[in-house]
Ligand binder design. Sequence first.
Ligand code: HEC
Length: 135
Amino acid sequence: MPCSKGPVVRSKVLIAAALLSILLLYACGDGSQRQHVAETTTGGNVIRGARMIQYYGCGSCHSIPGISGASGLTGPPLSGVASRIYIAGVLRNTPENMMRWIENPKAVDEKTVMPNLGVTHADATDIAGYLYTLQ
Ligand code: HEC
């Protein structure tokens, strides 16, 4: 009967909406928590870091989650880079070493294909901030 179905359907919709908002809260909570941890660890600004990754064209050689058009295959994918033990197999993965690598990879490993892109220290700090959200 249509008149008894109405409220049942409506409460199902309400339950679904409630579940969805709980899910969204969890998802957003996790993301902003990760951003907070990355920013405190590196001192960089994650949002600006993402913009700098676009600006320097890192995506022409790396696939980088969350950066549109970043799907290069010359370098390794940067997904999970925050959880790696070593950077490029030569440096211990610490925020300082990450910035050092981004600013001047050739000084760390003269044979690396990754070029010096003239990244400033401030930009490297923000880029490291973004990369540290990629766990
Ligand atoms: C011309 C291609 C190229 C460009 C442009 C480039 N990279 Fe790389 N990158 C590489 C290659 C190749 C490696 C691997 C280096 C090695 O193992 O010696 C690498 C390694 C790395 C690593 C270490 C990854 C790991 O798994 O250890 C990071 C982090 C990184 N690049 C970040 C960046 C950032 C940030 C930019 C932009 C500022 C950038 N790269 C631009 C080619 C590039």
